[in-house]
Design a protein around this ligand. Structure first.
Ligand SMILES: C[C@@]1(CC(=O)O)c2cc3[nH]c(cc4nc(cc5[nH]c(cc(n2)[C@H]1CCC(=O)O)[C@@](C)(CC(=O)O)[C@@H]5CCC(=O)O)C(CC(=O)O)=C4CCC(=O)O)c(CCC(=O)O)c3CC(=O)O
Ligand SMILES: NC(=O)C1=CN([C@@H]2O[C@H](COP(=O)(O)OP(=O)(O)OC[C@H]3O[C@@H](n4cnc5c(N)ncnc54)[C@H](O)[C@@H]3O)[C@@H](O)[C@H]2O)C=CC1
Length: 250
């Protein structure tokens, strides 16, 4: 396995995940992918109480009783999936499933072997109702250190009012700029003009969202006018205020 994996955020709705093993790890992974919107099928000799309960009320969570060492029976389930999660407590079975999934060119998340897993599930935290998310991993070298790092990052970010104000101001700026300034080449430098504007910075540092939005509106109107696009600071401010929150938390 290569040493450096590429960090990515994946949209999982419309995707299918096969989890092999219905114990505590299989349960965690199944619910994690299910929560992210994937259809999940769990194959195992037995299933946790939690999986059974959840599967009863969720038609996108399916439980199939099957011996995964029977690769002929498992084949169609692997073919059905985009991602195969390996999570049984039998190393021989895990190895066989890994081979089969690789043969069929499915992405593999091997929860039982950090070296050979293709997809790593990191330690995560969410701020601002899921608007800002952080993922930390040691790629299986030591989860304990990754967990501590995650908790330290949380402590550092949670108390930062300036960062929260910056986030709250800037998610409103993006759709307004996209609407007002059609060309990306013209638009992109404006994000930095706003970020560097002394009044904007001062308002952000003091945690004043209203003043930050006023300053952003002034910079945007100024830059728009320079490009021959007519927009007053008051109009831009109203546009900024009317932007709807871009995400709904998981
Ligand atoms: C590679 C990876 C798998 C992947 O990416 O799929 C991996 C691999 C392995 N972990 C093992 C053990 C444990 N993992 C946990 C917990 C979590 N482990 C998670 C991720 C990852 N674990 C990925 C890399 C993460 C990184 O390094 O940054 C979390 C974040 C997500 C989740 O699992 O849902 C979840 C956090 C839950 C939370 O805190 O919320 C606990 C604690 C517990 O279970 O409560 C233990 C037992 C105690 C211990 O060992 O620390 C073993 C067996 C070791 C052995 O046999 O000795 C292997 C296999 C191996 O090492 O080969
Ligand atoms: N990545 C992680 O965070 C962690 C990974 N692990 C690894 O995950 C493995 C599983 O751990 P747990 O879920 O706690 O074990 P568990 O004992 O709770 O569950 C094992 C599951 O595997 C299933 N299984 C066993 N043989 C099977 C077969 N032939 N076909 C189909 N299903 C089969 C069982 O039915 C059961 O549902 C551990 O052995 C360890 O290697 C363990 C802890 C954390």
């Amino acid at each position: 396995m290569v040493a450096v994996r590429v960090p990515l955020w994946l949209e999982m709705s419309g995707r299918r995940v096969l989890v092999v093993g219905g114990g505590s790890v299989g349960t965690r992974r199944a619910l994690w992918f299910r929560q992210a919107g994937a259809a999940v099928r769990v194959v195992g000799l037995s299933f946790s109480e939690e999986l059974r309960r959840q599967a009863e009320e969720d038609e996108s969570l399916e439980l199939v009783e099957l011996d995964a060492s029977d690769t002929e029976a498992l084949g169609p389930h692997v073919e059905w999936a985009d991602i195969v999660v390996i999570a049984t407590d039998n190393p021989g079975v895990n190895e066989a499933v890994w081979r089969l999934a690789r043969e069929l060119r499915r992405w593999v998340n091997d929860a039982t072997d950090a070296e050979r897993t293709e997809i790593v599930v990191p330690y995560t935290l969410e701020l601002y109702g899921g608007g800002l998310r952080v993922a930390v991993t040691t790629e299986g070298r030591t989860g304990v250190a990754a967990r501590h790092a995650r908790d330290k990052i949380r402590e550092c970010l949670e108390g930062d009012r300036g960062l929260e104000t910056l986030y709250e101001a800037m998610w409103r700026v993006k759709p307004v700029l996209k609407r007002l300034i059609p060309r990306a080449k013209d638009r992109v430098p404006i994000y930095y003009r706003i970020d560097e504007d002394p009044e904007f910075r001062d308002a952000v540092e003091r945690g004043s969202l209203e003043e930050a939005l006023r300053a952003a509106a002034r910079v945007i109107a100024q830059e728009a006018q320079r490009l021959g696009i007519d927009a007053s600071p008051d109009e831009v401010y109203r546009l900024l205020k009317s932007v709807e929150k871009p995400i709904s938390p998981l």
